[in-house]
Design a protein around this ligand. Structure first.
Ligand SMILES: *Cc1c(COP(=O)(O)O)cnc(C)c1O
Length: 378
């Protein structure tokens, strides 16, 4: 089936009890046994739930892999994956990752003695000097947050394979519509379904995906053992969101491209970060690796921090808020908001200056969005 058809049908079949066309919300903690050791596929919701299973089957079909586990948040997905590792192991992580990811990696390093090397992976070979006999995995986030730098997933995965390292990809920014990491050699994919997969800013959720019997079993075990599983109602909301993923992603991209081109020509804008621009240093890689350039645009304002503040408070359609991937447009200041948990030194080293502003371009009329930005930029 095509991707678009799968967004509507994968994992979903008419309810066996009454034929409801939409997956019911099985809001039940436990399930009745028919006999000793015999139940109808589910015994306790931490271990499994029919609504959650429908979502998991949908996401694994979209990513093209053998296993998906739906968890409470994107951070729960990352927590679950980090539990694959042991004290003494080392991980290489892309240096401009999501702020919460770098904060968690640093905590894991301190508490559990798992060493994390933050490395600029825009050139895949940069990881090589950090590989030793303790290295277990390479953590990739592409496009990165907030600067939309790209990592060549196929190149990282090829290098990782020769050294028996896992390649783990956070695919939140593009969703499986925009990028298919398993086709490029990834071993594990994580999502914050809070973002594009759900798409309506009304739930926090996550997913962990894998494509080998060994990892599938380990990750399912960990979600049950840790208790990071998603709740039935949240799963139902994400499942509903996925049905319009293709339509939303096309429109997010169309609006983001128009906004990026507008900002590029604006005299008060120093730099625009968007993979869909010819001027993006990795535009060719974006064309090769991605099916969509996505809906996230960042830019660096020419001016003082007061000027930055005026822009952040000056828009009417773009709301000043964290998060991304919803139908409504958002504007935010990475240095004090999404990336405040990253220490200043790490932030500046990654190129996230105090003048960087990040936009999550929503589904309003693109002309209205551009007018709104124009007003705020003055
Ligand atoms: C938001 C986000 C996360 C964390 O997800 P939550 O659902 O907020 O816990 C992880 N990675 C990326 C790239 C994100 O954008």
């Amino acid at each position: 089936m095509s991707f678009q058809t799968d967004t509507i049908h994968a994992g979903v079949e008419p309810d066996k009890a009454y034929g409801a066309i939409m997956t019911p919300i099985y809001q039940s903690s436990t399930f009745v046994f028919e006999d000793i050791g015999k139940h109808r596929g589910f015994d306790y919701t931490r271990s499994g739930n029919p609504t959650r299973k429908a979502l998991e089957d949908s996401i694994s079909a979209l990513e093209g892999c053998s296993c998906a586990v739906a968890v409470t948040t994107g951070m729960a997905a990352i927590t679950t994956v980090l539990n694959l590792f042991h004290a003494g192991d080392e991980i290489i992580c892309t240096d401009d990752c999501y702020g919460g990811t770098s904060r968690l990696m640093k905590t894991v390093e301190e508490h559990f003695n798992i060493r994390v090397h933050f490395v600029n992976l825009q050139n895949a070979e940069n990881l090589l000097p950090y590989v030793n006999e303790r290295t277990k995995a390479v953590w990739v986030e592409t496009p990165s947050n907030p600067l939309l730098n790209l990592v060549d997933i196929a190149a990282v995965a090829a290098l990782s394979k020769t050294r028996a390292l896992l390649t783990i990809v956070d695919n939140t920014f593009l969703s499986p519509y925009g990028q298919k990491p398993f086709e490029l050699g990834a071993d594990i994919v994580v999502h914050s379904t809070t973002k594009y997969l759900n798409g309506h800013s009304d739930v926090v959720g996550g997913a962990v995906l894998s494509n080998s019997e060994d990892l599938d079993a380990k990750l399912k075990f960990l979600v049950n053992a840790l208790g990071t599983c998603a709740q039935p109602f949240d799963c139902w909301l994400v499942l509903r969101g996925i049905k319009t993923l293709v339509l939303r992603m096309r429109e997010h991209e169309r609006n983001a491209q128009a906004v990026a081109e507008y900002l590029q020509g604006h005299p008060r804008v120093k730099r625009v970060f968007y993979p869909g621009l010819q001027a993006h240093p990795q535009h060719e890689l974006a064309r090769k690796q991605q099916k969509s350039f996505g809906g996230m645009v960042s830019f660096e304002l020419d001016g003082t921090i007061d000027d930055v503040n005026r822009v952040l408070k000056g828009t009417r359609l773009f709301s000043l808020a964290e998060s991304l991937g919803g139908v409504e447009s958002l504007i935010e200041h990475p240095a004090t908001m999404s990336h405040a948990s990253m220490d200043r030194e790490h932030r500046l080293a990654a190129g996230i200056t105090d003048n960087v502003i990040r936009l999550s371009v929503g589904l309003e009329d693109g002309i209205d969005l551009i007018e709104d930005l124009g007003r705020a930029l003055g």
